[in-house]
Design a protein around this ligand. Structure first.
Ligand SMILES: Nc1ncnc2c1ncn2[C@@H]1O[C@H](COP(=O)(O)OP(=O)(O)OP(=O)(O)O)[C@@H](O)[C@H]1O
Ligand SMILES: [Mg+2]
Length: 573
């Protein structure tokens, strides 16, 4: 470790020189109140910015240990400090000075979700932030004086204002941590209460727009209120008691007129597998952590999935017990999405009629008569949904405004009327009795077995032109070697940094885990185990603050969409 002074001297020496001379500043420097690590210097001012870390000893940061005494508090604290760091960059840093990314200081951007990310680390010894610095240049000529200002004025001030406990708003920080801990408490207690989801009274569900997940700010927003029959109470560790709607295990329908808020509620439930920041409006919308939103996704790749519980006897006798295609149809894609979710592990499916294949959802009496069972490959969800719960204990919450046939299979029916929620379960049962349908049940004796698949190692080639090529294009695309993984329909990926992690995790799995005898499910267990043990850095290619943790469900979803994926399946498993 060198003294900070030596960084100052190098910057003075290389002033005006060619950009490559910046390489000399790589290394560690001791500042009065922290250590600065310049881990990687960018090639030129237009390349991805340089990777930098600052580590503050706890004797200076003085973050009270109670604020990170358990895993969930630690995640919430780190999330808060990252936001604080970003805010201070905004307030302190001058920003662009020179060409390309010159002068920019950035840290991983955070969505409304509280995720575990690699940009902040707090433990008993230190607080470490990993961020990015665009080393300044004009053209390709080093602006050493500007760099000096960044490292000796801006960075120390940003660090001090955001990582030193005395400078942080205690009230806001504690509210952040306590909210997240309380939401996690609800999630951890759903199962023992026989619930799959909770929506707190006064939650604010609608979002600013379809592409902006911040809350809709309008006087017209109707706050959520639970119907009395579904209301439950939780005694939270920090915030006292909270009341709200508990959605029981089993099959729940969300019905109601068009534009009355059905999808908004379902989307909030899908987001509820994550914790939210205070003020989001959905901080008390909590769903079981393995909930998976299912939709139709025609055109997707499918590799060796046994979709036979839903689809059989395709034209030309195509095998549906190990179904592969480069261009799935609406129904086959939705069937594969369900089976893959069951394989990765889930106890709750969330399905919206808006994004479903109609023939996958329902086949009414008249259609049963016109197209006889032998001519229809699809067993619709309506005939499997109860078996899914009976045999595999997987609940479903379904938005279904279009077909009352589902009343026969629902345990709970929630109606939205002008954004207000009513429990209409009894009414729906009465109607189902009054107007009996004579549609025939087509679901068979059981749901069917979910087979394990064994991804073949040769499916994963991260190289392109001899170099590892793993890149993201927003949340929607992951490039792995020469392949492009389309994630645009994987709705529960919430930050690009999760996609970044998924790319590196697949690389890790391909190198260290996958072989013909390890199933996809088992390999996800291994990765999850490492995450739980706090070994997340070992999963990633570089020690950098650019990763946010995904759930195992989204890692699986990405592997399943890799065009080169091939899996071994056991014939009679
Ligand atoms: N509680 C609420 N208060 C005010 N506006 C809301 C509320 N919930 C949802 N909205 C808004 O109402 C509109 C319609 O909501 P949504 O898409 O959920 O309707 P829907 O019932 O799914 O309609 P459709 O049947 O046509 O799919 C959206 O613009 C949404 O932001
Ligand atoms: Mg809708």
């Amino acid at each position: 470790m060198r003294w900070a002074k030596s960084l100052f001297l190098i910057l003075k020496k290389i002033e005006g020189k060619g950009y490559r001379a910046y390489k000399q500043i790589e290394g560690a420097y001791e500042f009065p109140e922290f250590c600065l690590y310049i881990d990687h210097v960018q090639q030129d001012p237009y390349a991805p910015p340089s990777r930098v870390r600052v580590r503050v000893k706890q004797r200076n940061a003085k973050i009270p240990p109670r604020l990170f005494k358990n895993r969930i508090r630690k995640i919430a604290l780190e999330d808060y400090l990252t936001r604080c760091f970003a805010k201070n960059i905004h307030q302190v840093a001058k920003g662009k000075r020179g060409s390309g990314k010159s002068g920019k200081i950035t840290v991983l951007p955070c969505s409304q979700k509280v995720l575990e990310r690699t940009c902040m680390k707090v433990n008993e010894e230190f607080v470490e932030v990993r961020f990015f610095v665009g080393l300044p240049a004009r053209g390709r000529k080093i602006l050493g004086k500007e760099a000096e200002e960044m490292f000796f004025k801006e960075v120390p001030l940003i660090v001090k204002n955001s990582l030193f406990h005395e400078k942080i708003s205690c009230k806001e920080l504690e509210r952040h941590i306590y909210t997240v801990e309380d939401a996690q408490y609800i999630r951890d207690h759903l199962k023992e209460r026989g619930l799959v989801a909770f929506v707190g009274n006064n939650s604010h569900l609608p979002r600013a727009s379809g592409v902006d997940e911040r809350p809709l700010l309008s006087k017209k927003v109707i706050p959520f209120t639970s119907p009395p029959s579904l209301e439950v109470t939780f005694n939270l560790p920090n915030s006292g008691t909270i009341k709200g709607m508990g959605i029981p295990q089993g099959i729940t329908l969300i019905v109601g007129g068009g534009y009355h808020g059905k999808s908004t509620l379902l989307n909030a439930l899908a987001a509820g597998c994550y914790n939210h920041i205070p003020g989001d409006g959905r901080e008390w919308v909590v769903t079981v952590e393995d909930a998976v939103k299912i939709r139709a996704e025609d055109g997707r790749f499918i590799s060796n999935v046994d979709i036979s519980p839903f689809i059989n006897h395709l034209p030309f006798g195509e095998d549906t017990t190990s179904f592969s295609t480069k261009n799935a149809s609406g129904s086959t894609s939705q069937a594969a999405n369900i089976i893959e979710a069951l394989e990765a592990g889930t106890s709750l499916l969330l399905i919206d009629e808006d994004t479903s294949a109609t023939n996958f959802m329902i086949r009414d009496e008249r259609m049963q008569e016109l197209v006889v069972k032998e001519k229809e490959p699809i067993t619709p969800l309506i005939d499997k949904i109860k078996l899914l719960y009976r045999d595999l204990k997987v609940s479903t919450i379904l938005v279904m405004g279009g077909s009352g046939d589902y009343f026969d299979v629902a345990d709970t029916v929630i109606m939205l009327d002008s954004y207000r929620v009513f429990d209409v379960s009894e009414k729906a049962r009465t109607i189902a009795k009054k107007h009996r349908t004579s549609r025939r049940f087509e679901g068979g004796e059981s749901f069917g077995k979910v087979k394990e698949r064994f991804p073949l190692k040769e499916s994963f080639n991260p190289y392109k032109a001899g170099k590892v090529n793993i890149k993201t294009r927003g949340k929607e695309k992951l490039i792995f070697g020469k392949e492009v993984i389309d994630l645009s329909c994987v709705e529960q990926i919430v930050e690009e940094a999760q996609v970044k992690s998924i790319g590196d995790i697949i690389y890790y799995m391909a190198k260290n885990i996958f072989n013909e005898n390890i199933s996809l499910r088992k390999s996800l267990d291994i990765v999850e185990e490492k995450i739980k043990k706090g070994e997340i850095d070992t999963l990633f290619r570089i020690k950098s603050g650019e990763y946010a943790l995904p759930r195992r469900q989204e890692i699986a979803a990405s592997i399943n969409r890799l065009p080169s994926l091939k899996c071994k399946t056991l014939k009679n498993a």
